[in-house]
Write a protein that binds this ligand. Structure first.
Ligand code: AHR
Length: 332
């Protein structure tokens, strides 16, 4: 399989997009009109998962601003976390005869029928952020995403070292069935394999949202109080859930970052602020600035150029020791 690696700095966002509404464009594409220079204006449909996290909003901004920068007509659809909404939106894009489709699939399974329809209509589908589970990988053109297993492993290695090989961990999982939820769990567990005295005592979904992260953490704390177990650390599959957990911990009078370690994934600015405040201990970056790479893939494939099946976005790990120097250069 051909593979390309995108360094964090090569996926920088272009100019900020001023469009703020998240509604689906309903107007039919019609025949694509021409730009002044005679080049065809491309119409691209983007099926986005929703706006569940700071990461997601940054990804949306990156795709929107890059489309605007390139003069591409973008049809945007927000699925509000529901796969059926994404499938419906992609069906609409196909009926509108868009030139290409960008899809950020909420879960891994269940995409074959709609991807077959796109293929039959000869519309390339570029997957961004999350992968799909299909028996025939010619159903999509390329996947541009981070290695979520590696992210989970980085978080686990960091935590195992900090806990000195011993402690009770609670885990806030992402959306059930989503690639980052499954893979970040797998990577984290792999890191803990050689540390039998580190135990994951509770693990539940917080759906990648701050509100759910807080709610589930409240329940974890209550259960621990009832059973007399001590929670030494929280592992959250994204920063938003970690920030919600921090609120829940503070409400009990405990100090997040000191009484309990908190480690998460994404690297959004509020996570750096929480690290500077001493409340979050570590975040593993997952770069959401995928607009430039996504539209490079769209333009290359429509021009008949070969593109790699998988583009890997490279991520880094940040902890409190570097948070002050790093925050100034964060773009999301
Ligand atoms: O798929 C990437 C994940 O989805 C991000 O970690 C999370 O914040 C988002 O909602």
């Amino acid at each position: 399989m051909r593979r390309k690696i995108l360094k964090g700095t090569t996926v920088l966002a272009g100019a900020m997009c001023l469009l703020a509404s998240f509604c689906e464009s309903a107007e039919p594409a019609g025949p694509s009109d021409s730009k002044a220079g005679g080049r065809k204006t491309l119409t691209v449909g983007f099926s986005q998962i929703g706006a569940e996290s700071g990461w997601r909003t940054a990804e949306t901004r990156s795709i929107r601003s890059e489309a605007a920068r390139r003069g591409i007509n973008l049809k945007f659809s927000d699925a509000q976390q529901k796969q059926e909404n994404q499938i419906r939106a992609i069906g609409t894009f196909i009926a509108q005869k868009v030139d290409a489709i960008i899809d950020a699939p909420v879960v891994e399974a269940g995409w074959e029928p709609i991807l077959k329809q796109a293929k039959a209509a000869r519309i390339p589908v570029i997957l961004v952020d999350r992968g799909v589970n299909v028996s025939d990988d010619s159903l999509y053109t390329t996947l541009i995403a981070s290695d979520f297993v590696a992210e989970g492993k980085m978080a686990g290695d960091w935590l195992a070292k900090k806990l000195k090989g011993k402690g009770n961990v609670v885990e806030l999982q992402g959306t059930p069935g989503a690639a980052p939820a499954m893979d970040r769990k797998r990577g984290f567990e792999a890191a803990l394999k050689n540390h039998p005295d580190i135990k994951i005592i509770k693990s539940q979904t917080g759906d990648f949202t701050r509100a759910k992260g807080k709610e589930v953490m409240e329940a974890f704390l209550k259960a621990a109080q009832g059973s007399g177990a001590k929670i030494d650390a929280v592992y959250a599959h994204n920063d938003d859930m970690a920030l919600g957990a921090i609120q829940a911990i503070e409400a009990t009078g405990l100090k997040p970052g000191t009484d309990l370690l908190v480690v998460s994934i994404d690297g959004i600015k509020p996570a750096f602020e929480a690290m500077i405040a001493g409340k979050l201990n570590c975040t593993v970056e997952c770069n959401p600035l995928l607009g430039p790479a996504a539209f490079d893939a769209v333009e290359a494939t429509l021009a008949g150029k070969p593109i790699p099946k998988r583009t890997l976005v490279e991520d880094r790990i940040f902890d409190q020791s570097v948070s002050k120097e790093a925050i100034g250069s964060r773009q999301y």
